[in-house]
Structure formats: C-alpha cells, structure tokens
Design a protein. Structure first.
Length: 244
C-alpha cells in the first residue's frame, strides 16, 4: 500500500536502510511507487536510481542483496526506514555502511576494527566473516568507481533491451568476436597514445578501453564485484618478477 506515503514532486521518498540486527544505518537512498511495490512483493530492497533514472535492485550486480525484515513510515509520511538482513557490504567501496567518514574534528577519520559489529549469523547458519578495516580513499577514486558501476548497469540494460541505434546494441548484436576485436583495437590505440599523445588524449583512449572492457564483462557475465575481489586478494602481495 502506497496511499499513506507522501512522495515528493518527483514521485520519490527518501529511504534509510538499516541493519535489522545491529541497527547500523547502511544507506540513504530513494524509492518511487514502483520500487516500493517491488520491495514489498519480492522481499528484497528495490530503489530508484536518480542518476540513471531507472529501477535499481540493490545488490543485483555485486550479489550483496538485502532481505527486508521491516518497513516503517515516519510520522509525517514522507520518509521510510527499511530494516534489512544485508548479504554483504552495503557500500560500493566494500564498506559495511556508506556512512564511514566522520566529519567532526578529532573524532577519527574512519571506523576501526574495534568499531565493527560482531560477526552475524548468515542465513545458512554459518558465521559471517567480519569486514576489513575501512580506509578513506580520495573522492576522485570514489567518483570513478561510481561512474564505472553506473556504466556497467547501463550496458547490462542495453544488452537486455537492445535499443535501436545504440552502439552498445550493435556490439552485442555483432557478438563476442566483434567485442574482443574492439577491446584489442582500443588497447592498441591506448598504447600508441601513451607514446605520442598529450595527457588528456591518452585519458580519452583509456576511457574508450574501459568502456569496451565493461561491454566484455557484461558479455561474459563478469561483474565489477568479481574484479574487485581479485584486486582485493592481490593487494599488498608481491608478484613474481617476469623472467624475460
């Protein structure tokens, strides 16, 4: 029932997503009537992405979905609290909560392992692994991560809907061999630009390469979470020197 909810002029209502076990605030996001209905019907969190202007199944890309335990409406009817059982980190940075940066002087820049809640019981009865210590990263790095994640979601949507006239549709219609050829071409152009072109021209070639790599990821069903897990597992480890 959405009759009691006072959506704003854009048809949206702010949603505070909270861990039902620890009461930790995980995310602030938005729902429209359709995402609220899907949340109620599926028992998992659905939101409205203002940047993509589309429905967003929370965790569909990363696998970190959120099972709904309770939904509460505030006294004015214009905000929701959704209590969930999170299946992994809520933040795209890998942090348990999106609210890990303290803004008060002297209070500490980030959560420490002492501030991480005790390991919770997973749905299958096993003990969930406590998340690693949260560290702040530059805003520019977060911005790139958000953009790549949004682009990945858009490419997945293009793959599913195949809108006429879209370049991404052309690539998926042409098939894997065409996508692989384009990745190779863009990699070569990036190498040439690195040798000869100004910095921003190189950045443009790198952007083209990243886009085509994301298309390949979607085509082969590799998620950003998969790549992030590999990078995380390698972080700080020494790699053997090449023999050549």
């Amino acid at each position: 029932m959405t009759e009691a909810i006072r959506f704003d002029a854009n048809g949206l209502v702010p949603v505070v997503i909270q861990d039902a076990t620890t009461n930790e605030v995980l995310t602030l996001a938005y729902m429209n009537a359709a995402s609220y209905q899907l949340t109620c019907e599926t028992g998992e969190v659905w939101l409205w992405s203002r940047s993509r202007q589309s429905l967003w199944h929370k965790g569909a890309t990363s696998g970190h979905t959120q099972r709904v335990v309770d939904i509460r409406l505030d006294c004015d009817g214009d905000a929701l609290v959704v209590k969930v059982e999170p299946r992994g980190p809520a933040c795209h940075t890998g942090a348990t909560s999106c609210f890990f940066q303290s803004m008060l002087p002297g209070s500490g820049a980030a959560a420490t392992t002492d501030e991480v809640p005790p390991a919770a019981q997973a749905p299958d009865g096993t003990t969930a692994i406590a998340p690693p210590e949260v560290k702040l990263v530059p805003h520019s790095a977060l911005e790139l991560g958000i953009l790549l994640d949004e682009l990945y979601s858009l490419i997945r949507e293009r793959q599913a809907k195949r809108p006429e006239g879209a370049y991404t549709t052309y690539l998926f219609t042409a098939g894997l061999d065409k996508i692989l050829k384009k990745v190779g071409e863009e990699a070569a152009e990036t190498i040439i630009a690195a040798k000869n072109e100004p910095r921003m021209e190189l950045a443009a070639e790198m952007a083209d390469l990243l886009y085509h790599l994301l298309v390949l990821m979607v085509a082969r069903d590799v998620t950003p979470h998969d790549v992030a897990e590999i990078l995380r597992s390698r972080a700080g480890k020494r790699r053997p020197l090449p023999t050549e």
